[in-house]
Design a protein around this ligand. Structure first.
Ligand SMILES: Nc1ncnc2c1ncn2[C@@H]1O[C@H](COP(=O)(O)OP(=O)(O)O)[C@@H](O)[C@H]1O
Ligand SMILES: [Mg+2]
Length: 419
């Protein structure tokens, strides 16, 4: 697959596939490059839009070249990240071993094209000729009823080839590093199921649900989600977070880009960017800038107050609606009791405090008269964090362990500013 040089890119909008353009991929001196050109069909299409902010001049014959990375951001967003890549790499190793062969090394383009087409993130689809890659195999998207089986597989994935095989199709379509799988709910819509990991020191998944619940009570837009508790032994339970996929509406696909793509940034690049960079781009590209900027500012304040430190550029995204791009629902928020080293700061000085949030509120089009009231309402909601945690089954000792994430000097400052 790594010899593939020409890939046709379609986008599925409201159930119809449109030919968007052609991607060429090549490897020179061990470095991968790609280029892309919009198709004439797409340029003439009334529903056309730029699929990646790097490739903006839609109505031109221009060929765009990826300079910083092997793939353009919008294609990276449709490819697996650490968890999915691990599944793919190890499954191919298993197959090679069974055949007595050496496993081949996989490139970014291989990872992109191996993702299951049905559950692929966003609305882009890839083909060499007519058939979408990767075509469905017998191993398709499992129903939610099989969550226990998938959970057990995710726990055996390190040393069990069968477990890897089971998870490959449903597990590799989404980004991120945590164990996860796409599952079908009874109404046949796609969901993301996130599992606990054997490496976790505490129940991160349960706290993610607590954080999502609190965020929703703060009036932020979060995906519909539910928590499944699975008893694995007399003394042991596992938590699974199941969220509706916001890049699907029924069976229709919704285009998606991460803020890494929005800013043409790379992994581990977060220190060169800030919330202010996102707000600037969002105000250019969003079809509802005032609403999105306010939502982003509130997410930033919530993040500071619940110590959501893993807020890197892949953990914010945009979806495309019939009227343009807008902020996606909030996802992957995790209170961190251990430190307050945020991946992404408010500004390039690395500030992550309420005073700076107030100072920059104007860049988020926040009316001066509203900011303190909004912080007050977020603070009031968060003061109930222990109550919410108990509702999700967190024990007293788990709550004590998590307290530093919610009870810290910055929370007190937010409280005093608003009282
Ligand atoms: N509810 C959702 N709907 C659609 N895509 C999602 C949803 N939640 C997360 N994603 C996508 O899946 C990726 C991985 O999910 P995430 O929660 O960030 O996992 P991890 O904790 O492993 O980083 C995200 O970067 C985002 O692109
Ligand atoms: Mg993530």
């Amino acid at each position: 697959m790594s010899n593939t040089s020409k890939i046709l890119v379609d986008i599925n909008i409201d159930g119809t596939n449109h030919f968007v353009g052609t991607m060429w991929h090549s490897i020179r001196k061990n470095r991968a490059f790609s280029s892309f050109q919009y198709s004439e069909e797409w340029q003439a299409n009334p529903v056309a839009f730029t699929i990646d902010p790097v490739m903006t001049p839609l109505h031109s014959k221009e060929v765009f070249h990826s300079d910083k990375k092997a793939l353009f951001g919008c294609f990276e967003d449709a490819a697996p990240d650490r968890w999915g890549r691990m599944l793919m790499r190890r499954t191919l190793n298993d197959e090679a071993k069974a055949q007595g062969k050496h496993p081949r090394s996989l490139t970014d383009i291989d990872f992109l094209l191996m993702v299951d087409d049905i559950s692929r993130m966003g609305a882009l689809r890839f083909r060499i000729d007519t058939e979408y890659l990767a075509a469905p195999t017998a191993n398709t998207i499992p129903p939610m009823i099989r969550l226990r089986e998938l959970l057990e597989a995710s726990e055996k994935v390190e040393d069990n080839p069968e477990a890897r095989k089971l998870l490959l199709t449903p597990g590799s379509s989404l980004g991120g590093a945590r164990p996860k799988a796409t599952v079908l709910s009874p109404d046949k819509t796609l969901n993301i199921a996130k599992f606990e990991s054997s490496k976790d020191e505490y129940n991160i998944i349960r706290w993610e649900a607590v954080a999502l619940h609190l965020a929703s009570e703060c009036g932020l837009c979060v995906p519909n989600f539910q928590v499944e508790n699975i008893t694995v032994s007399k003394t042991d339970q596992r938590t699974i977070l199941v969220e509706k996929r916001f890049d699907r509406s029924g069976v229709f696909r919704i285009p998606y880009i991460s803020t890494m793509t929005l800013l043409n940034a790379s992994d581990n690049d977060s220190e060169n960017y800030s919330y202010l960079h996102i707000s600037e781009k969002l105000s250019e590209i969003s079809n509802q800038p005032t609403k999105d900027l306010k939502e982003l500012w509130k997410r930033m304040v919530l993040g500071i107050l619940i110590s959501n430190t893993d807020n890197h550029l892949r953990n914010h995204g945009l979806i495309h609606t019939s009227t343009g791009w807008r902020l996606s629902p909030l996802f992957d928020i995790n209170p961190n009791p251990e430190n307050r080293n945020f991946s992404l700061s408010i500004d390039l000085e690395g500030n992550n405090d309420i005073k700076t949030a107030l100072k920059v509120a104007g860049y988020f089009e926040m009316p001066k008269t509203e900011v303190k009231n909004i912080i007050r309402s977020i603070v009031n909601t968060l003061q109930n964090w222990k109550h919410t945690a108990r509702k999700y089954g967190c024990t007293t000792s788990e709550i004590t362990r998590m307290a530093p994430a919610f009870e810290h000097a910055e929370f007190d400052r937010a409280l005093s500013i608003t009282t």
